[in-house]
Design a protein around this ligand. Structure first.
Ligand code: SME
Length: 163
């Protein structure tokens, strides 16, 4: 129950961010910081933004604002990684044990579980929110709802302001 009230508290804090943000970049940075600081198992929190290549090749996910250690994966093709899976299917991916998922692209040796939630603008995937944890199975159903809510807030902001 403690965890759920913590999640509700963080959700109301997150709800205040879009109104105060100067730009989408600013909103992403504040959201990543808040989630990393308040949710103790969210050890790496970052955004990837979809860069669409006109022509034959599929798009690439480009690292945006993030909090945590630098990752070697700054550009992820849509057909690679858990990140690519979430963006190409438009569905949230939760992996309880990254070592047992063949799609996983390692970012840090400490990472044990991961959640990736697509961000939509007018029904199209434009990016995603990626969170890694040092704990196995860190993302339960309440976490999933919180992270999906964050991704939705960013999508709504982009729809209104940038895209
Ligand atoms: N683990 C991700 C790559 C990004 S890093 O976690 C920051 C993946 O498998 O797509």
């Amino acid at each position: 129950m403690v965890a759920i009230s913590r999640i509700q508290e963080v959700r109301s804090e997150v709800d205040r961010l879009p109104g105060a943000a100067q730009s989408a970049e600013d909103l992403m940075m504040h959201m990543a910081k808040l989630l990393n600081q308040k949710m103790l198992k969210y050890n790496w929190v970052g955004f990837y933004l979809l860069e669409e290549n006109p022509g034959a090749s599929p798009g690439v996910l480009v690292l945006g604002p993030f909090v945590g250690a630098m990752t070697p994966h700054t550009r992820i093709p849509l057909n690679q990684g858990i990140c690519g899976a979430a963006a190409s299917t438009g569905k949230t991916v939760v992996v309880d044990d990254v070592q047992s998922d063949a799609r996983y692209l390692a970012c840090s040796l400490e990472t044990k579980s991961e959640i990736v939630v697509p961000v939509f603008v007018r029904g199209k995937v434009v990016g995603e929110l990626d969170i890694d944890s040092h704990f196995q199975a860190a993302f339960g159903s309440e976490d999933r709802l919180l992270v999906e809510h964050c991704a939705q807030l960013l999508g709504q902001y982009l729809e209104k302001h940038d895209a």
